[in-house]
Design a protein around this ligand. Structure first.
Ligand SMILES: [Zn+2]
Length: 392
């Protein structure tokens, strides 16, 4: 059974992985594909620009998959940011939080016309920014990949034009050293009327109320199956199974919780966020199982990752990652700051998304779909929530 890629798959990647399973053998372009003990495979093949007809034979059944490769876009985001509506004051739509900056290899954009600096140009190691004094004075960090880094300095170039120096691009090591530490503020409130930017303090996760209401969000559902394991197990099913197990454990320990879906049903991201708000959730945990974009190595990449967007969720995300990797056999695949809807749209409570291992991985898929792993992982999350509960 071939799980990925689908026929007529379009990509900009120069290679693609084939995920699936076989009883006896699999050949791709007449080359024998290595099968894992469980029959699963993850085979990477180089592609040419245009249509790539790929001949596949699984256990004697022949078929062709066409993969269409188009030229990759010249701009790929290295980091991102934009002024972002400040949801804490929903009644005042004219307030914005300045959350981060979008950096691309050749230029930088602000995704809003409301904040004055609109055009940024990136030199190899600098940014030229047309900015008001207010904005310039409040830019002191940049988000790059999964980390936040401090500015080195800002040098005036001309009226309303400043050169902003980051340690970028350089080795990842160097970037890590320039990481911002214990910043006094994370975001800025911005009011277009008076063009005023006011730094706001970081809200820590331990400021959450004493009575916890945990919103568990099993990702995908209905026609949105999410990713699929080499043997055909759909992510939406595993997400729900795990979330229900965790919910039971929380309830057994007298922790209030509810699920955004309790069956195989399609719900939008906005509805998930709405449910958390309507039920006054104090914490939002979205449950997912991971896959990879085209061009990555499906055998090398393994482990659990946690994702947050607002700084008030960072501590929870890192503690969840630590508990999950110490109480299960899976390693860490990292802590990421990511602009995901369910994380971004819940700025007032810690909102974290967990990827409980790679469902496309030939062997990890088997581990993470086992009851044993799910017991360990749900126990790891339960213990952390209980620990937070007892701290307060
Ligand atoms: Zn998912």
């Amino acid at each position: 059974m071939l799980i990925y890629p689908p026929n007529n798959h379009q990509t900009t990647s120069s290679n693609i992985f084939f995920i699936g399973s076989a009883r006896n053998f699999c050949t791709i372009q007449n080359n024998s594909v290595a099968l894992f003990e469980n029959g699963n495979f993850a085979h990477t093949l180089n592609l040419n620009l245009g249509v790539n007809p790929i001949d596949i034979n699984i256990d004697g059944e022949n078929f062709t998959r066409e993969i269409i490769v188009s030229a990759s876009p010249t701009l790929s985001p290295l980091a991102y940011a934009y002024p972002y509506p400040y949801y804490a004051n929903q009644e005042s739509q004219d307030r914005y939080s300045l959350e981060s900056i979008i950096v691309r290899p050749n230029r930088i954009d602000f995704h809003s016309g409301n904040i004055k600096p609109e055009i940024f140009i990136l030199n190899p190691q600098t940014l030229i920014l047309k900015a008001s004094d207010n904005l310039k004075n409040n830019l002191n960090w940049i988000h790059y990949r999964d980390e936040t880094y401090k500015l080195i300095n800002i040098v005036p170039k001309s009226q309303d034009e400043y050169q902003i120096n980051f340690a970028l691009p350089c080795s990842f090591q160097e970037l890590k050293q320039s990481k911002i530490e214990n910043s006094k503020f994370w975001s800025c409130d911005y009011s277009p009327q008076d063009n005023n930017i006011v730094p706001t303090n970081i809200i820590h996760s331990n400021n959450i109320p004493k009575t916890h209401i945990i919103c568990l969000d099993p990702g995908h559902g209905g026609s949105q199956s999410g990713t699929v394991s080499p043997q055909g197990l759909q992510e939406k099913t595993l997400n729900l199974q795990f979330a229900q197990l965790l919910a039971q454990k929380l309830q057994d320990n007298n922790i209030n919780c509810f699920l955004t879906r309790n069956e195989d049903q399609e719900i939008s991201l906005a509805e998930r966020v709405e449910q958390a708000k309507l039920n006054s959730a104090t914490m939002f945990i979205s449950i997912h199982h991971n896959a990879l974009p085209d061009g990555r190595d499906p055998i090398l990449e393994q482990g659990i990752s946690t994702h947050y967007y607002h700084e008030n969720a960072r501590l929870l995300a890192s503690q969840l990652l630590e508990n999950l990797t110490s109480l299960t056999s899976l390693k860490s695949a990292g802590l990421y700051r990511q602009d995901l809807f369910v994380l971004r749209e819940l700025p007032n409570i810690p909102s974290v998304l967990i990827e409980l291992g790679f469902l496309i991985h030939p062997t990890e898929s088997e581990i993470i779909s086992s009851i044993e792993f799910q017991e360990q992982a749900s126990e790891a999350i339960l213990r952390l929530i209980l620990a937070i509960h007892h701290e307060e």
